[in-house]
Each structure stands twice: as C-alpha cells, then as structure tokens.
Design a protein around this ligand. Structure first.
Ligand code: WQD
Length: 337
C-alpha cells in the first residue's frame, strides 16, 4: 500500500513511518517541519534501509495539498499533522483552530478530489473530557477542557459527518492515551521545543541534566500514592496500532470507526519517576507542587475494542519504555539539534 503520512517527521509520525516501511508499505511524508526536524528523514532511511519520499508543505494550503495528493497518488492517508501543546492552545487558540482544522479540511478536500477514501486520524484521549468512566470505552461522550482538545473533538466531528455523507469513505479515529519511549535503536525519539509539557520528556531532561528537578503536580489525588495515574503507551506499540488500523480499514463494514490505543494499565507520576531512575541509573529529584488545572486523577483506556477489531494490543512495558526513552535522550542530549 502507498501511504501519505501527514506530519510524518514528528514524534508519533516518524515511529509509524518505520513500522509502515518495515511492513512493506511505501511512504510519502508531508510535513512543514514546524515542530520536527528534516534530519528525521535520513534516520528513517538508515533504520529501515528503504526509500522515503518527503514533501515540505503547509497543509493549510488547500491548492498545494491537492497538488501533492495528485502527485503522490496514495492508497491511504494517516493524518498526524497539527499543533499539540495544551498550554499554548490556551494562550493562542486562534492558531490551534486554524492549523488543526484547516489542515484536516484541506486533506479531506484533496483526498475527495483524488478519489482517495482511506484515512487514519490522530486523535487523543483528551476528547473524553473531565469525568469519563475509567477505564474509558470508546462510546463515552466527548468534550474538551482546552482549545487543543476541542480541535480534536471538532476534527472527529468533521470526519464523522464526512464519512456519513459518502459510503465510500473508510476512516479510523485513533485515540491515544499517553505516548512515551522511542525506537530501541536510539536514532529517533521525542524532541520537544522549549520546556516539555508532558511528564515523560520532562523527566528525561531532568535525567540528562537539562532541568534541575521534576515538579510533581499534586500528590493529593484519590490514587494509591496521591499523584496522577496515566496509561503510558510505548510509541512503537502506538505505531503498530496505526498499521493495524490502516489494514482494518480495507475490510471495515462501516465508513468510520474509533479505537483507543492504550495499555489499560495505570502508572502514577511517582512510579514513572522511579522506573526512569531504574532505567537511566540517574537520580530524578522532584518537588511536589500545586495541581495543574484541568488534570484528572486517573486516565486509562479500555482496550478490548482494539484487541477484538484490530487484532492489536500493546506489547511493551513501562521499564522498556523508559529504557528506550533514555537511550534516545542519552545518545541525543539536545534532540535533533
Ligand atoms: C501526565 C501526568 C500531570 C508534567 C497530555 C494532554 C493530552 C495528550 C497527552 C495529546 C499528570 C503530571 C506532568 C509535569 C507532572 N496529548 N505531570 N509534572 O495531561 O495526561 O495528557 O498529553 O493528545 O491531550 O493533555 O499528560 O504528561 O502532561 O501529564 O507531575 O511536569 O503527569 O499532572 O498527572 P496528560 P502529561
């Protein structure tokens, strides 16, 4: 299969490209490198020994996106491209709505024009809002607590309406829980710009000495050690989930479906810190600070639907995730810079 990977130079995109290439699919990456490095592409070629085409493009430009789709002639599209920092979305909501929704609309218009009807969309567990049942099934109501989250809820709604309008569409919405880790070779990984928003890259930067200590946002939650509990999933498990979803689309009876990608297992912030200390052999000092507004006590995926329908389940454990994240961080202390 020939797959156009929008945002394929980013963290989850690049790991998915490796899995697609290893699976024998051909890949065209479309990226504007706004939050990723062109260096990724050579590393993907090196890891897989396979060619990867790259198009530098702003997907909010519909004419350019249509031209790309005509030239690339993919069988399917995976759409990772978008802005993803929750805090930044609160201070700059206009650009989040503009970039995330316009890129999705552009891709859809270009796909429709080119007669490409298979799409896998990067969504997020953030669409479950503040009070979902835990573990959370896919049919829980959706809502959001910040503009970034709303762009995912709205993106899902647009895709749901498009899929209903035309029976030829095959669209898979993948709701990621908390991705972490890196490819075990250490050549690609997460490279956040500025101060990391997420706990795992933050811990990793403390271990390498770029940050002094981890701020633990609250230890008075109703959880075993009082700190937030999350469903951390290895990025390579997530990548394999995309390959499984893509191939499910070809036999799917409905025009749209949705799957959680998580492990179903919970890890607290302090447990994660301890696992990273064990994996890295480095101390991770921490201080407990106030709760972060908008955080929930626990977030866990119900994973049975993906297991049943995609034949996929996460294989890798917490320690492996921390070891792989550490290999990437220690071999690339400044990321791709
Ligand atoms: C996890 C836990 C924090 C940082 C976010 C987005 C979500 C999704 C994934 C994309 C919480 C605690 C964090 C720190 C801490 N992104 N924490 N110190 O909030 O579950 O999900 O990323 O779709 O949309 O909201 O992940 O890694 O930010 O936080 O103590 O410096 O770590 O309070 O309990 P979260 P996170």
């Amino acid at each position: 299969m020939r797959v156009l990977v929008a945002g394929g130079a980013g963290y989850i995109g690049s790991h998915t490209v490796v899995r697609l290439l290893q699976h024998g699919d051909d890949v065209v990456i479309a990226d504007n490198f706004s939050n990723s490095s062109p260096l990724v592409v050579d590393r993907l070629r090196r890891i897989t020994g396979r060619p990867v085409k790259v198009e530098e493009i702003d997907l909010t430009d519909t004419a350019d996106t249509k031209a790309l789709m005509r030239n690339a002639k993919p069988d399917a599209v995976i759409h990772f491209a978008g802005l993803k920092a929750v805090g930044e979305s609160v201070t700059n909501p206009g650009s989040y709505y503009s970039v995330n929704l316009r890129s999705t609309l552009s891709l859809l218009a270009a796909m429709q024009e080119a007669g490409v009807y298979c799409l896998v969309f990067s969504s997020s567990a953030t669409v479950y809002g503040m009070n979902p049942p835990v573990p959370t099934p896919e049919d829980s109501p959706t809502s959001a607590t910040n503009p970034y989250g709303w762009t995912k809820v709205m993106g899902e709604q647009i895709l749901t309406d498009i899929a209903a309008s035309h029976p030829q569409w095959r669209i898979g919405l993948l709701r990621y829980f908390n991705p972490g880790g890196a490819h075990p070779c250490g050549a690609i990984g997460e490279d956040p710009l500025g101060v990391p928003n997420n706990v795992l890259p933050y811990i990793s930067q403390v271990a390498i000495g770029r940050r002094d200590y981890l701020s633990v946002f609250g230890d008075d939650y109703d959880t075993p050690d009082g700190t937030g509990v999350r469903d951390f999933i290895h990025v390579d498990d997530l990548a394999e989930g995309h390959v499984a979803a893509l191939h499910r689309l070809t036999t799917m009876p409905r025009s749209l479906d949705v799957w959680n990608l998580g492990t179903g297992r919970g890890t607290s912030v302090l447990e994660l810190r301890a696992a990273f200390e064990a994996a890295s052999g480095r101390p991770i000092p921490y201080r407990v600070t106030a709760r972060r507004p908008g955080d929930v006590a626990r977030s866990l995926a119900l994973v049975t639907k993906a297991e049943r329908e995609l034949g996929w389940r996460a294989q890798r454990g917490l320690l492996e995730m921390c070891q792989d994240a550490w290999r990437w961080q220690s071999q690339n202390p400044d990321g791709y810079r």
